[in-house]
Design a protein around this ligand. Structure first.
Ligand SMILES: [Cu+2]
Length: 525
């Protein structure tokens, strides 16, 4: 993690020099204020149609902001929460209005041989697109395709249009730009928002009637490729206690709330806790990565890797009691960046705690019977193939890792290239077991597009809670004499709508941008 390639560095420095710091992104909340939820956009009669405009600006402290703006009567707001139900249609018109004179051509990426979707051209800091992280939707143009979709400044809006599958798991998803080589810069700048598929109360009545909060944790570096101080934020309010006063989360005494937390940082592994009475409290975990758990479970710590989501019930302390919401320190190994402990907010308890304007109440009673949800029968399936993959890094002298790989065992280590052939070809109907090891001295976060996978084993041992995930941490290798950490997951390619080419990668976004990613092709039956 320590050093990006010198080439990327040069490109990015050139890029920033050309970017005009016009104030295009909305002002973000002041430290020490009450945390508000983002504006929610709800589907109506089965359709959610909205327009987002991607912009860029630099704030007074020099942080680059990238924003996906939605126009309201009161001006533009960034990253609305998109709320839909199973079977609904999402129609999102996205305009790229990142102001930039960067004509240096960006990264040297060969796009030849790739079908062009959107505006085409060469990927650059001013290009964008949207990935719908976790949604089990088709990997094709106008839906969830990140390989060939490229939006460029000043072109007409590009239309994303997709149906949320009728059996999509209810839960928290998120959207963010995913242009290879530049994803880190836009997500570091804050371009990321939440997407909620409704109906959690149908599967887990524990949440029925509770006040829901959606917290998107983001991370901003002044210079994202250099290790060093960063700021976490919660719904865009910087959480940098004690340098700044903590964000304030209001609750009524003893009130139970349903918190839906997205880790939209570029590289922070977050062990989340809520503290009061001198100890971490039991949190009732309901869902991970937008997938409802088979059974809710009590935990005092919930580890959320970069891009992961956790949905849990928090009980407020009694009157006159202060509580904190905190992310603990987490070691990512000798070549990783340390993730420091950070208070994300102070929980202020009072009877007149007025719910935030945008906080929602979950439906008080299930509105429809629980239907089948995707992947629910995966335990009963026999794998058709077993594959082994591994993360690894290559060193350049004493400068730390300079190349980042994810490799199918038996193939040659190589960094991702836009015009590469898929390293895995499978077909609709396949159910595969993948064992993914980490051979690097740094923790990585494995993510695959289009599907969730069922976690069967960790470090070669069966796990009790076989959760479905779309992103999972694999801890660093402790060095010679120690085994590699790994997980084994069951990957379900039975759904014909996900046929096509998509990617799996590390969700530390610098690693993804530097090529710790590859393509998988799922052939139609
Ligand atoms: Cu990584």
């Amino acid at each position: 993690m320590r050093f990006a390639s010198r080439y990327l560095l040069a490109v990015v420095i050139c890029g920033f020099a050309f970017l005009r710091p016009a104030a295009q992104c909305p002002k973000r909340p002041d430290p020490g204020t009450v945390v508000e939820d983002a504006v929610s956009l709800n589907s109506v009669n089965g359709v959610l149609k909205a327009e987002l405009t991607t912009r860029h600006s630099v704030d007074s402290s020099g942080y680059n902001h990238y924003c996906q703006n939605y126009k309201t009567d009161k001006g533009e707001v960034e990253s609305p929460t998109l709320r839909l139900n199973q079977g609904d249609q999402l129609v999102l018109d996205v305009k790229d209005r990142i102001e930039s004179d960067d004509t240096s051509g960006g990264m040297d990426m060969d796009m030849s041989g790739l079908a062009s979707c959107g505006d085409g051209g060469t990927p650059a800091l001013s290009s964008t697109n949207v990935h719908f992280h976790g949604l089990n939707v088709p990997p094709i143009c106008h839906q969830d395709d990140v390989l060939t979709t490229l939006l460029q400044p000043d072109k007409p809006a590009f239309e994303y249009s997709m149906q949320i599958p009728k059996d999509e798991p209810p839960g928290l998803y998120w959207y963010h730009p995913h242009v290879h080589g530049f994803a880190e810069f836009q997500v570091n700048g804050g371009a990321a928002g939440a997407l909620v598929v409704g109906g959690m109360e149908k599967l887990h009545p524990e949440v029925a009637g509770l006040t829901e909060r959606v917290f998107v944790i983001r991370q901003q570096y002044l210079v994202p490729w250099v290790p060093g101080p960063y700021q976490l934020s919660i719904n865009y309010q910087v959480a940098a206690f004690p340098s700044f006063p903590s964000p304030i989360i209001k609750m009524k005494p003893n009130e139970k709330q349903f918190w839906r937390v997205a880790n939209a940082t570029i590289q922070d592994f977050m062990p989340l806790q809520v503290w009061f009475n001198g100890k971490p409290q039991q949190l009732e975990l309901i869902a991970l990565d937008g997938y409802p758990l088979a059974k809710p479970r009590l935990q005092d710590t919930i580890l959320v890797p970069p891009a992961g989501r956790a949905e849990f019930i928090v009980k407020a302390p009694p009157q006159d009691n202060e509580a904190i919401f905190i992310s603990l320190a987490y070691s990512t190994g000798p070549t990783g960046n340390p993730d420091l402990q950070q208070e994300l907010g102070k929980i202020q308890v009072s009877d007149d705690a007025d719910e935030s304007q945008e906080a929602k109440n979950i439906a008080a009673a299930p509105s429809a019977p629980v239907g089948h949800i995707k992947f629910a029968d995966l335990s009963e399936q026999k794998p058709t193939t077993v594959r082994k993959l591994y993360f690894s890094e290559e060193f350049g002298g004493t400068n730390g890792p300079i190349q980042f790989y994810i490799t199918v065992d038996g193939q040659k280590q190589k960094v991702f290239e836009a015009n590469e052939k898929p390293v895995i070809t499978t077909h609709v109907g396949a159910v595969e077991d993948w064992i993914v090891e980490n051979h690097a001295l740094e923790t990585h976060a494995f993510h695959i597009h289009q599907i969730h996978f069922k976690v069967l084993e960790v470090d070669g041992k069966p796990v009790e809670d076989q959760d479905l995930r779309d992103t999972i941490e694999i801890p660093f290798w402790e060095g010679p004499g120690h085994p590699y950490h790994s997980f084994k997951g069951r990957f379900d390619f039975r759904d014909p709508t996900i046929a096509g080419t998509f990617v799996f990668h590390c969700h530390i976004l610098l690693h993804e941008d530097l090529g710790m990613m590859h393509k998988i092709l799922v052939l139609p039956k």
